[in-house]
Design a protein around this ligand. Structure first.
Ligand SMILES: Nc1ncnc2c1ncn2[C@@H]1O[C@H](COP(=O)(O)OP(=O)(O)OP(=O)(O)O)[C@@H](O)[C@H]1O
Length: 398
């Protein structure tokens, strides 16, 4: 009896921890005569009994003449700053990527089962986390790797029965019993009898999500130019959930979604709320090394260090090189020449300060910037030059 479906003529990496799910999967794959399998095992040495898990996998592979790739981690876990599970996942998937390159195999099989799917959904509900898909996806990508979960229709109870019947050895994860982990608490309180009902709810939510995603894609595709996202009334009238998804999609296209992935939802919520309610033409939210900036009707993303305010006092020609980093440096030098080189001058992009201190075409610079609707991106990336005595800006700010 074939318990799950896969294309048996393809080659696969198989993630095998030695636990019941992955040992069951491996055993089934052998019965199905899959063309080419490379077993991948990571020994985290996190638990005292982890060498035992490795031995179970080694033994099985030896007996069935399977290729095995192992990664043994030597790490002082007391120094680990992140949550172990998400750290371990990254190590594991990066290892799969490495093995995938070595063997030229694109697909990796992961042994998540039906219970995992339901539990994941309940966890998502509890954490109110931002999700792209409720429950678990049959396939997803990690870098260039295709992650396949062929066992999402199989109950844990079926797996345990089959392992016993077929006398397959597996490791028991001691931390699974520990209800201080949220997932284990959910697991302990969950009955497989409720799965049908929960799965109906998951399907309903996923189909709603698909509709929203289509609208979000449409919005982003039609309102993005040169890496910037236009914010229009249409978007501001949507609910916060829609706006958050729009930001996420935009960052995903820029390949910068990692900046919010490991953050609390607070950041993306704050951005969405600003978009919806703030009437300011300019605001800035810092996330790690980046800043998201609202600039009139546009949002742009930039490395914070690039827009740091910088001010140079230029006492003589020799000091001009100091300001070379500004993209309008030549303009600045020409403006000084036109002014007959009456040093000292100030070159700065610190617009919050110079707009108050200086004059442009006889107006307070602040007035000029507002009247001409000078973009904040230009204020931050380009500099102005003014004579220290006259406090008049000499170049044209565009
Ligand atoms: N140490 C390991 N070595 C190899 N594969 C593993 C290892 N741990 C887990 N896997 C693979 O990942 C599957 C899911 O494992 P588990 O439920 O522990 O991880 P998760 O963190 O919930 O899932 P995911 O890795 O998808 O985020 C396992 O069934 C197995 O296929």
């Amino acid at each position: 009896m074939q318990r799950f479906k896969i294309n048996t003529s393809l080659s696969y990496l198989v993630g095998v921890s030695g636990g019941p799910d992955s040992m069951f999967m491996l055993n089934e794959l052998i019965k199905m005569n899959v063309k080419d399998l490379v077993v991948c095992h990571v020994n985290y040495k996190f638990r005292n009994d982890s060498d035992n898990d490795q031995k179970i996998v080694e033994k099985f592979c030896e007996k069935n003449n399977l290729k095995l790739e192992k990664l043994v981690i030597e790490q002082d876990y007391s120094l680990l700053k992140e949550n172990f599970e998400s750290w371990a996942r990254k190590i594991r998937y990066d290892f799969f990527v490495e093995v995938s390159k070595k063997h030229n195999i694109k697909n990796v099989l992961i042994a998540h089962n039906r219970n995992d799917l339901v539990e994941t959904f309940l966890l998502q509900q509890e954490r109110k986390s931002y999700v792209k898909h409720y429950g678990l996806n049959k396939t997803s990508m990690y870098k260039d790797l295709i992650i396949v979960r062929p066992m999402l229709n199989i109950l844990k109870s079926e797996i345990l029965v089959a392992l016993k019947e077929e006398k397959v050895a597996y490791a028991v994860d001691s931390t699974n019993e520990d209800i201080k982990y949220k997932r284990n608490k959910i697991r302990a309180e969950l009955s497989e009898n409720s799965f049908n009902k929960i799965e109906k709810e998951i399907n309903l939510l996923n189909s709603e999500l698909e509709k929203i995603s289509l609208q979000v894609d449409w919005y982003v595709n039609n309102n993005m130019s040169a890496d910037e996202l236009k914010i229009n009334k249409n978007l501001q009238e949507k609910n916060l959930e829609f706006i958050q998804r729009t930001i996420y999609k935009w960052l995903e296209i820029l390949k910068k979604d990692f900046i919010i992935q490991n953050r609390r939802n607070k950041t993306i919520f704050e951005i969405a709320k600003n978009i919806k309610v703030s009437e300011k033409v300019f605001w800035e939210i810092n996330i790690g090394d980046f800043s998201i900036i609202k600039d009139y009707e546009n949002l742009f993303l930039i490395k914070t260090e690039i827009i740091q305010p910088k001010t140079f006092v230029i006492n003589s020609k020799q000091d001009l090189y100091l300001a070379e980093e500004f993209i309008n440096w030549l303009d600045l030098v020409n403006a000084i020449k036109r002014n007959k080189e009456n040093y000292p001058y100030v070159i700065t992009n610190d617009f919050l300060k110079y707009k108050i201190d200086t004059y442009t075409f006889g107006k307070k610079t602040n007035r000029y910037l507002i009247d001409k609707k000078i973009r904040y991106k230009n204020r931050m990336l380009k500099a102005v030059v003014y004579s220290k005595r006259a406090m008049k800006i000499l170049n044209t700010i565009k």
